[in-house]
Write a protein that binds this ligand. Structure first.
Ligand code: DX5
Ligand code: ZN
Length: 219
């Protein structure tokens, strides 16, 4: 398989009291840092408000892939792009004007991402493909790390790969990605992998990122 592979570790299960040190462990071997922003409204968990997220983003030594699991995302998403995120992903279920928000993210200089939860079909969102730099197919219900990978999402990953065709749109999966599951997602067509607990619960997070990358590349 010649597809370019990206590993974007999630810091959700890292030690929040020492985030700088946690990020430093994996920065050199990661493509982007995946930052899960949760508001306790769109999902039943809270991580960061915009102020704390901004501090993390501005201090991060590599690009940040912000995954916004928040209500009223249309207002806040462009601000995440403005403060320098490399990529900003909104949930289709949380947006009232998907096209406008994806355009606003791009016009602030970030890559635009569109995520869907396990019970949301991709079909209705194909129309936004020209405005999307990355589709995110959730492989767990958003809200928490450490959940079981939903292999029944692979049909959706395959359908999304088919609609992407030859376009340079990234296809990300998030939830339960580990040494046991990453190849299943690669085979279905994913090329960009979030891994939270697999990386930060491992004794050597950097070695885990490399191991996941090698498996995904078929090495
Ligand atoms: C869940 C988050 C994920 C989470 C993944 O809502 O979007 O990014 O950190 O964690 P793992 O890899 O442990 O499933
Ligand atoms: Zn995430």
């Amino acid at each position: 398989m010649n597809r370019e592979i990206r590993i974007t570790p999630s810091i959700l299960n890292a030690d929040f009291d020492h985030l700088g040190q946690e990020i430093a462990k994996i920065a050199d071997v990661s493509d982007l840092i995946h930052l899960d922003v949760m508001d306790n409204v769109f999902v039943p968990n809270f991580t960061f408000d915009f102020e704390s997220a901004s501090q993390i983003i501005q201090a991060c030594p590599i690009g940040v892939d912000a995954h916004l699991m928040v209500a009223h995302v249309d207002e806040i998403a462009p601000l995440y792009a403005q403060i320098g995120c490399a990529s900003v992903t909104i949930h289709a279920e949380a947006s009232e004007n998907i096209g406008q928000t994806l355009r606003a993210i791009r016009s602030e200089g970030a890559r635009s991402g569109l995520a869907i939860k396990p019970n949301t079909a991709i079909d209705d969102y194909e129309q936004f493909s020209d405005l999307v730099d990355m589709f995110l197919i959730m492989t767990v219900e958003p809200g928490f790390g450490g959940q079981k990978f939903m292999s029944d999402m692979m049909d959706k990953v395959r359908a999304t790969r088919a609609l992407i065709g030859d376009r340079p749109i990234w296809l990300q999966v998030d939830g339960g990605i580990s040494l046991e599951t990453i190849e299943i997602a690669v085979d279905a067509g994913a090329d960009t992998f979030v891994a939270g607990s697999a990386v930060f619960k491992s004794d050597d997070p950097a070695a885990m990122v490399l191991a996941l990358r090698n498996l995904a590349k078929g090495l």
